[in-house]
Design a protein around this ligand. Structure first.
Ligand code: PMP
Length: 441
């Protein structure tokens, strides 16, 4: 291990003097959990190590990408090999085609129509770019301007998508963002989640002007709030009946909820027009994507009039990491993630029950989070009504015990295939004290 030459507090003080809030993404500041963010220097498998040499069992997983565990040997080797051939060319590479073919083959559901809804994929660098481009494409294809978005859903930080957003916007209790022109915000209609009647109403009044509905396949940025059975299929039908598109945001759920994302396991099959991916698809490096039918996707430049571009799009290191990650994500890996998730979620529920703390384990496939509520939240209002004040002491007790949870009650707990029995055991051992802290809050 490297010699310890600094303290975490010293690193945070230095970072705050050099960068806004000392961070490059807001929730990393730990503001809502009343703790000092840990400055990390290395990570391996289910564990991360901070600048003081302290090790934590990690349930942040780089916010999703580290699904195989940190620094998975096959992924690291693929990146090293790619790096030795050049860091980027700004030209097409065979790997990009391979990755597109792999995604197109994986997002398949034999009993569905169309069985393979992605015929073309475009690689970008972040989830924000993927959803931003999907929206531009939907607007270009339909020649309409309005977008329907659900309160509490997070689709990245582009202007039109920050209204009543989840993730850090929810953690900081912001209605949206300063700096978004009112004229742009007015193009986004924000409605409550899981209520098909409201979707019907908004289309009944504005349907001719709506380009698309954008939806998290299974929302995970206000904690987990699973779609009610058939919700995605219902909103797809409504959108299509009005000539609008459905953009299924699988940036977080894609290749995590299962080999074909949430779409592959949603109990009622449906046909989105565009998919967006991020996180797992890049295996820890900056890579994201959008995909759909050839007819729709070919409206992107250079073939069509909808412009999108990127200096680093399809970067060969990111593509290598993505390919290695998807190849390693086999049935056995998903089974391990499912089993570890279930064990951790059940242990958290048991610990909280033992302390009489009202809670609900919110699940969507192997994704889960804990809501401090008597009844399962089903939309942003009910999510916000929970006893969120119980989370900071719970979080800090887990951190003290060497377990790194997401620093907000509005985030999923990210389990990886590297969470073996020992890692799960360390988490379950830490839970009773954390539940006591939550009870005392
Ligand atoms: N969509 C969803 C569903 C997400 O969870 C996120 C990130 N958490 C994004 C989009 C934005 O992705 P990025 O942070 O890579 O821009």
């Amino acid at each position: 291990m490297a010699a310890v030459t600094t303290t975490n507090d010293a690193e945070f003080a230095r970072a705050r003097a050099a960068m806004p809030g000392g961070v490059n993404s807001p929730v990393r500041a730990f503001g809502s959990v009343g703790a000092t963010p840990r400055f990390l220097v290395s990570a391996s498998g289910a564990r991360v190590t901070d600048v003081e040499g302290r090790e934590y069992v990690d349930l942040v997983g780089s916010w999703g990408p580290a699904i195989l565990g940190h620094a998975h040997p096959a992924v690291v080797k693929a990146v090293q090999d790619a790096a030795s051939r050049g860091l980027g060319f700004g030209a097409s590479t065979p790997g990009e085609t391979e990755l597109a073919e792999l995604v197109e083959a994986r997002i398949a559901r034999p009993a569905s129509e169309p069985a393979r809804p992605i015929e073309r994929l475009r690689l970008v660098s972040t989830g924000t770019e993927a959803t931003m481009t999907a929206i531009r494409l939907a607007r270009g294809a339909t020649r309409r301007d309005l977008i329907v978005k659900f309160a509490g859903h997070y689709h990245g930080h582009s202007d039109g998508l920050l209204a009543e957003a989840g993730s850090g916007v929810a953690t900081l209790a912001l209605p949206g963002s300063a700096g978004v022109p009112a004229a742009i915000a007015a193009q986004t209609l924000v409605i409550p989640y899981n209520d098909v009647d409201v979707v019907r109403e908004v289309f009944a009044t504005r349907g001719a002007d709506i380009a698309a509905i954008i939806v998290e396949a299974a929302p995970a940025n206000m904690g987990i709030v699973p779609p009610q059975r058939g919700f995605n299929a219902a909103i797809a039908r409504i959108a299509h009946a009005h000539g609008a598109l459905l953009i299924l945001d699988e940036v977080l759920t894609g290749f995590r909820a299962g080999p074909a994302g949430w779409w592959g396991i949603d109990p009622v099959p449906f046909a989105p027009d565009l998919f967006t991916f991020g996180k797992v698809i890049g295996g820890g490096l900056p890579l994201a994507a959008l995909g759909g039918s050839a007819q729709l996707m070919d409206q992107l430049a250079p073939l069509g009039p909808v412009y999108q571009a990127g200096t680093l799009s399809g970067n060969p290191l990111a593509v290598a990491a993505g390919l290695a990650t998807l190849r390693a994500l086999d049935t056995a890996a998903y089974a391990r993630i499912d089993a570890a998730s279930a064990a951790i979620a059940d242990a958290a529920a048991d610990a909280l029950t033992a302390q009489g703390v009202a809670h609900r384990v919110q699940r969507a496939g192997s994704l889960f989070s804990i809501a401090f509520a008597d009844t399962p939240p089903h939309d942003y209002e009910t999510v916000k009504a929970q006893d969120a004040f119980r989370y900071p002491p719970f979080f800090r007790a887990m951190l003290d015990a060497g377990v790194s949870l997401p620093p907000s009650v509005f985030e999923a707990w990210f389990v990886s295939a590297a969470h073996d029995d020992r890692a799960v055991g360390q988490i379950t051992d830490a839970l009773p004290a954390a539940a006591r802290a939550a009870a005392a809050a």
